[in-house]
Write a protein that binds this ligand. Structure first.
Ligand code: PEP
Ligand code: MN
Length: 338
């Protein structure tokens, strides 16, 4: 249930409304937006009498919330959430956040060179996996902690904040200290122990949509992190499994619209994993901008043919430059900027 206060309500009226809700055994979350203040009931709100709440002085409107996600719900928090990933670098506002970089960190030269060119081209963050979730145990598994060190070197060389995937709950404290955005990959979207641990941080979390997850399941995973007290959740649509095999996944752009309607959290799109093919990445990225995405995360590699992971979907720095030029024009058409 949410209780929307009238503009200009008094402190006494607010306290009274809160007491009335608490009396019915729920916890009250207060969301103070630019225009409205909303009280959200956490817990079983069935025993709250809607008519009675509605008649309290200072109360504008009372609504039952049928969705199981509460803190992630736009009804509780009408304003868009803006997550700051580094001083002055934000996602969720007018400017789109573009993160670029290789699937995996492979060497110091590789990651630093890609980071420099990504920065020159206008990317605001560097992506790169150090711990890789691979389908085959024989495939390159990532450089691990050495890879994280190299990402820090690339950050030092360019100033770009780094986004990298966590796989193990035991690594949460290490990641919290060494990376700027902790990515939860599609395969771990429902690793609830991991989500709970990440909920205890304030570090931004990039939560990718699970391979076959519904929008509601995805938002419930975000809810785990929010419920733990971490408000800095960024969602990422990265394509879902369908019967189609031509593409690696099917980019669900309608999910971007759905999630932005249902939730206040920023949403990024990963056109690389969604399509699995480098030649599709630019168009998918532009489509994502028109669909209302708040950012893009794109695999860029200086030598895609020899990449240790996901070379077929990685674009070159030159292709990334063209993409960014077009992205700026498309963003302007929809009232955004890159
Ligand atoms: C990645 O970003 O490198 C990755 C493995 O993505 P996903 O979890 O979306 O497959
Ligand atoms: Mn990849």
């Amino acid at each position: 249930m949410v209780v929307i206060m009238k503009p200009g309500f008094s402190k006494e009226q607010l306290d009274h409304a809160i007491q009335e809700m608490e009396r019915c055994g729920v916890n009250v979350m207060i969301s103070r937006g630019a225009e409205t203040t909303i009280l959200g009931a956490e817990g079983n709100a069935q025993s709250i009498d809607v008519e009675k709440m509605q008649s309290l002085p200072g109360v504008e409107r009372v609504m039952r919330v049928s969705e199981p996600y509460k803190k992630a719900n736009r009804k509780y928090h009408p304003d868009d959430t803006v997550v700051e990933i580094a001083p002055g670098v934000k996602v969720g506002g007018k400017r789109l956040l573009v993160a670029a970089g290789p699937c995996s960190v492979e060497s110091e030269e590789q990651i630093t060179a890609i980071a420099r060119s990504a920065k020159d081209t206008g990317a605001q963050a560097l992506r790169g996996g150090a711990f890789k979730p691979r389908t085959s145990p024989y495939a390159f598994q990532g450089m691990g902690y050495t890879g994280l060190d190299l990402l820090e070197k690339a950050r030092m060389a360019t100033g770009l904040p780094v986004v990298t995937e966590i796989m193990n709950t035991d690594d949460v404290d290490y990641f919290a200290e060494h990376v700027d955005v902790i990515q939860v990959g599609a395969r771990n979207m429902q690793n609830f122990d991991l989500l709970k641990r990440l909920g205890r941080l304030t570090k931004p979390i990039l939560l990718k949509r699970g391979l076959s997850s519904t929008i509601e399941e995805w938002l419930m995973s975000a809810e785990y992190i929010l419920a733990g007290g971490n408000p800095n959740v960024i969602l990422c649509e990265r394509g879902i499994r369908t019967f189609e095999t031509f593409t690696r996944n099917t980019l669900d752009l309608s999910a971007v619209l759905a999630v932005k309607r249902q939730s206040h959290l920023p949403v990024m799109v990963d056109p690389s994993h969604a399509s699995g093919q480098a030649w599709m990445v630019e168009r998918m990225a532009l489509a994502a901008i028109t669909a209302g995405a708040d950012g893009l995360i794109i695999e860029v590699h200086n030598d895609p043919i020899h990449a240790l992971c996901d070379g077929q979907q990685s674009i070159t720095p030159e292709q990334f430059r063209t993409l960014m030029e077009k992205a700026a024009r498309v963003a302007e058409c929809v009232g955004r900027e890159v």
